[in-house]
Design a protein around this ligand. Sequence first.
Ligand SMILES: Cc1ncc(COP(=O)(O)O)c(C=O)c1O
Length: 435
Amino acid sequence: MEVKVGAKIKNALKRDREVIFTTTREDFPLVADHGAGDFIYDIEGNRFIDFSSFVSCYNLGVNGNALIRAAAKKQIDRLMHGMFMDYYEEPPVRLAERLVGMLPPGFGRAFFSNSGTEANEDAIKLVKLFTKRRHIIAFYGAFHGRSMGSLALTASKTAHRAHFGPFVNVSHAPYPDPYRFDGDPEDCSQASIDFIEQNILKREVPPEEVAAIFFEPIQGEGGYIVPPRGFFKELRRLADKHGILLVDDEIQAGYMRTGKFLALSNFGTVADIYTFAKSFGAGFPLAATVARKSLGDTPAGAHAGTFGGNLVASAAASASLDYIKHNMRSLQKGIVRKGGKIMKRMNELKERYEYVGDVRGIGLMIGVELVKSKSTKEYAPNERNSVIMDCFKKGLVLLPAGRSAIRIIPPLTVSDGNIDKGLDILEEAIKKNAK
Ligand SMILES: Cc1ncc(COP(=O)(O)O)c(C=O)c1O
């Protein structure tokens, strides 16, 4: 099938450029009109298989599922927006109870906001409040959002940061990247830990001034980088030694994407604060920052936001969590099996094509890095963009990550048949773009 880009789409793009600020959009003329399950339909009736989950926002299928939509519709007819910051309502409390139930023991309070960047802003305030310390550590390649606090943590591309400083005090350390580490891949974890201890904590800022270390359990925007399994235990040890809190940004990697509710659970340790957004909102703008109960509470007036815990969003998000809870076993089994199937096929392509440099991931969070050659590992952004565009033209939506990786993140509920169809399209595009 060939996607047709007709007058309606061209006109929509033209009108958009007149009145909307440029964001991150590249040149993909996808003007989504509606969607269901594994598919997106555009305004001219083109149908796409979705391997993007709308940037990880529809983990349970495009446009959610019938239970989520029914819960949202029911709440719309009762009360859409409440005054949750000043009075009381039940839907956000029900949601917090469900969310806490998905976390390791000892987690208590949640703060609700509207987006990933806000969830991390909230975490910045909480760690400062709880520790009375001002400095933060994050990682190169990180993406934690674009508002002024979160942007200080973000260090994935200079385009995100240019002209926007000065920032909150943040020092960055190298994120362990087994593929690109110069040496034995297993040593990349220790190199990151050493960098924090020897450079940041000895030369830049004393440990007793560091409030927290923020991290993504798998770097998303930075290139779908999976650290060695022992890394976060080491980071936990380092943090505990100095009374530093760990903030785990589960906004992209979490919510069952890796087969576990928390991506960090794959690494055998826990954080002190978790942040959620994207799929957590079940299609609505909703985010959460959840802290270990022993850290305490916020004094009245220190933090609030008008729309956090919006009632419709909370009802939809609760229905989504209920779905996950009731279908946990089958979801987990499906994610592991389908992820394995995709990895196997992509690894076969890696064997066959010189420019398929690395295939990595956990569950259904998979990155494929394209390079000029396997020996030099030189980034191949043009080839990557061309492969994604060729897939688009054949009806498969994919997203880039990092400098030259492709992310494969279909809805977790994707059918085996649509995985096969999507991978056929991707394989054809990889073959076409091989030199
Ligand atoms: C890991 C991570 N954190 C934070 C964010 C920011 O989320 P939002 O765009 O909702 O502000 C993103 C968005 O891509 C993300 O991937």
